[in-house]
Ligand binder design. Structure first.
Ligand SMILES: Cc1cc2nc3c(=O)[nH]c(=O)nc-3n(C[C@H](O)[C@H](O)[C@H](O)COP(=O)(O)O)c2cc1C
Length: 417
């Protein structure tokens, strides 16, 4: 059962809660997290690929969606939403994040608890700190599993993980498509956040000057790759597992592999990282239940359009045949309202939840869920929408909308025109 609360809540009196009251938006949380976690960890979470253009593009594009307020019909905004037959407290979930414990030691367990307590979905990552079984035990059916490909031995690792997700009762698997190669992330390279990990004097200094993070580390233990460790020969030391991941992981799947995944899992199958309506169409043909429109938070291609700008084209093409999920750049409940008004069924956030943990520790994930939910309720009320479906009827101006060529015209060879 989701607790009510957020910036106006008076029910929690602990230090973390009070700190959060003073940091009532994404921007405040990010600034506080920056002061409390080591610089290399902040760079890792904050950074994108290349020159970070994708991050700016995501922000500007969301700001370019205007919702015309409507008044005169009174009500109370109800954010509850159904996804894959389950009712959640809001159309807002937690995106998968690999190496999440860098941002906050013990992050996966904290986020699983936030998902359970606030009744939102949590997509735990293949490369997350905790094993998927541990996450599922905490979050129950609110836990979903993100997958990357490990092509060796006919995808033995991927399909074993799907069987584990099935056995653990997870509600969905999410196949990430948008990382066919490792993206160049300059800040991580400059910080030598590469395999094999080697501690540098600057790393020691950054850790030593982050006492809250160190306390969390002492409580949670060293970061790891909980779901992957069992596939490594010998003692699964951090270096060994990281080398295994470096060598074996390919972060994408072919459409045939998506079809195989569909057959291997009895509950919902999602593909993440779709930006083109033709790819959405292919995914629907492969039998998926949902498309997640995403550019990986600007971390894969600096030339990719903002997902919000391609969302309407994808909605036009596949809505009604698959759920449309959305992430990349969501910083507030208003951003969530923008994506939903343009046709998304639900939005997910990566960095917002990590900054919540970095800013306030273990309770930060739940706070972010409440903050976003309450902001969404306010945005709904300002739009005259008292339910999530009503929000889709809002009057919108969206200057950045990406116009895809019509499908029929595309399939006609130029010579024949
Ligand atoms: C530090 C970090 C690690 C990430 N790791 C993964 C991952 O392992 N798998 C994946 O599919 N997406 C990963 N993502 C992308 C997120 O799932 C999500 O698409 C993105 O964070 C959304 O953008 P936002 O951070 O602006 O909300 C990662 C994002 C961040 C910030």
């Amino acid at each position: 059962m989701a607790r009510s609360g957020g910036w106006g809540a008076g029910s929690r009196s602990d230090a973390a809660s009070q700190a959060l009251q003073r940091h009532p938006t994404y921007e405040f949380l990010e600034a506080r997290a920056k002061r409390r976690i080591p610089r290399f960890a902040w760079d890792f979470v904050h950074g994108g690929t290349g020159a970070d253009y994708g991050i700016d593009v995501n922000r500007r594009a969301l700001d370019g969606v205007e919702i015309v307020p409507r008044y005169g019909v009174m009500g109370k905004a109800a954010t509850e939403t159904e996804i894959f037959g389950r009712r959640y407290s809001a159309p807002i979930g937690i995106s998968p994040v690999g190496m999440d414990a860098l941002a906050w030691p013990g992050s996966s367990r904290c986020l699983a608890r936030a998902a359970r307590d606030e009744n939102i979905p949590y997509i735990t990552g293949t490369l997350a700190d905790s094993a998927l079984e541990e996450v599922a035990e905490i979050a129950g059916p609110n836990a979903w599993l993100q997958l990357y490909g490990f092509p060796r031995d006919d995808h033995r690792v991927t399909f074993d993980m799907i069987a584990r997700a099935e056995a653990a009762g997870m509600s969905a698997i999410v196949a990430t498509l948008d990382a066919p190669v490792r993206a160049k992330r300059p800040r991580d390279l400059a910080n030598r956040l590469v395999v094999p990990f080697r501690t540098r004097p600057s790393t020691v200094w950054q850790v030593a000057t982050s006492p809250a993070w160190v306390r969390a580390l002492m409580k949670a233990g060293m970061p790891g790759f909980g779901s992957i460790a069992r596939y490594v020969d010998g003692e699964p030391t951090l270096d060994r597992v990281a080398s295994f991941v470096q060598k074996e992981l390919i972060g994408s799947f072919s459409w045939d592999e998506v079809s195989r995944m569909r057959r291997a899992f009895s509950r919902a199958v999602v593909v993440k990282g779709v930006l083109h309506p033709d790819d959405a169409e292919r995914a629907v043909s492969a039998g998926v239940d949902a498309i997640m429109v995403s550019n990986h938070g600007g971390r894969q291609s600096d030339a990719a359009p903002a997902p919000i700008d391609v969302l309407p084209g994808i909605v036009d093409r596949v809505a009604g045949r698959a759920k449309i999920l959305f992430d990349s750049g969501i910083r507030s409940g208003l951003d969530a309202a923008r994506a939903i008004a343009l046709g998304a069924d639900a939005v997910f956030c990566g960095r917002a939840f990590l900054w919540g943990l970095g800013a306030a520790g273990d309770e930060g994930g739940a706070f972010v869920a409440r903050m976003l939910r309450e902001e969404l309720a306010v945005a709904m009320a300002q739009s005259g929408a008292w339910t999530v479906p009503e929000l889709r009827e809002a009057t919108i101006r969206h200057v950045g909308r990406f116009d895809f060529p019509a499908r029929a015209a595309q399939s006609v060879p130029l010579a024949a025109q």
